[in-house]
Write a protein that binds this ligand. Structure first.
Ligand code: HPA
Length: 269
């Protein structure tokens, strides 16, 4: 816990007010951090014991301040397994958010659409996940200060927050799909055979983040709301190759809708 205390002290020193909600901004979804009033920006490298994100287009800093009338702390740029970070390092900032006193975390990500009823640019409320990485951030000695050795994942994607997100989407006139997110390590996109297998397993969307963060949040008793942007249809769904450029282009084009939804959710929490 000493590491956490040192990181926490460095964060608290910089934050004007304690945050109420934690946000994690996925690929191309970082610009909501620019809408924060009186922002305090803290690069991950300035927090002792924090890993630094190397993913393209992920800025790699905390941005804290006011958004939609709430005090928030955002991760502008998250950490991924494919960068070589161990799962425990990936969830370190989630646990810091818990120690800062946030009431819930809002996770966003870019994902490939497996459900053929989805279209590129759709938003999907994550109802549940399949952790297909073969790893867990809770491997090793249990951190009893955060939660129990064996913790329940039945309600990790908090039903009350999901209901609020659905109501917020309705209020904004935004179509919000629902489904199961399957988390993989990456960085390569999937093969068409993997996507067919994931569809049989019950997945609606696939991505390279979020599952570790949700596991750690659930472990320490933090409710999670998670929304995917379907930035592309997954491999083999359409007869064209996938590219990181398409992911970024869709995230940029449709990011405004997700940002509007997040603001409305925050207003109604
Ligand atoms: N697969 C995995 N991760 C992703 C995808 C995808 O198709 N799109 C955005 N992130």
């Amino acid at each position: 816990m000493k590491r956490y205390e040192e990181s926490l002290a460095a964060l608290r020193e910089r934050l004007a007010e304690p945050p109420e909600y934690g946000l994690v901004l996925g690929s191309g979804l970082g610009p909501i951090a620019e809408e924060i009033e009186n922002p305090v920006c803290i690069p991950y490298g300035e927090i002792p014991h924090m890993a630094v994100s190397t993913a393209p287009d992920h800025v790699g800093r905390f941005v804290a301040g006011r958004l939609a009338g709430r005090q928030v702390v955002c991760m502008q740029g998250r950490l991924h397994g494919y960068e070589g970070h161990p799962p425990e390092a990936i969830v370190y900032p989630i646990r810091l958010m818990k120690l800062l006193g946030v009431k819930a975390v809002l996770l966003t990500n870019a994902a490939g659409g497996i459900n053929t009823a989805f279209e590129t640019g759709d938003l999907m409320l994550i109802e549940d996940h399949i952790n297909f990485t073969g790893k867990s951030p809770l491997t090793g000695a249990n951190q009893d200060a955060f939660g129990p050795r064996f913790h329940d994942m039945s309600f990790a994607y908090a039903p009350d927050l999901r209901a609020k997100a659905e109501a917020a989407a309705k209020a904004c006139g935004i179509v919000l799909r629902k489904g199961v997110y399957i988390g993989v390590n990456g960085p390569q996109f999937e093969t068409p055979a993997e996507i067919r297998a994931f569809r049989i397993l019950g997945a609606d969307a696939v991505g390279m983040s979020t599952v570790f963060e949700t596991i750690a949040a659930a472990h320490c008793g933090l409710p999670v709301l998670a929304i995917s942007m379907i930035t592309n249809m997954a491999a083999g769904v359409q007869s064209k190759p996938l590219s990181g450029a398409e992911v970024n282009e869709t995230a940029e084009r449709k990011g405004g809708e997700l940002r509007a939804l997040i603001r409305e959710v925050l207003r109604t929490l």
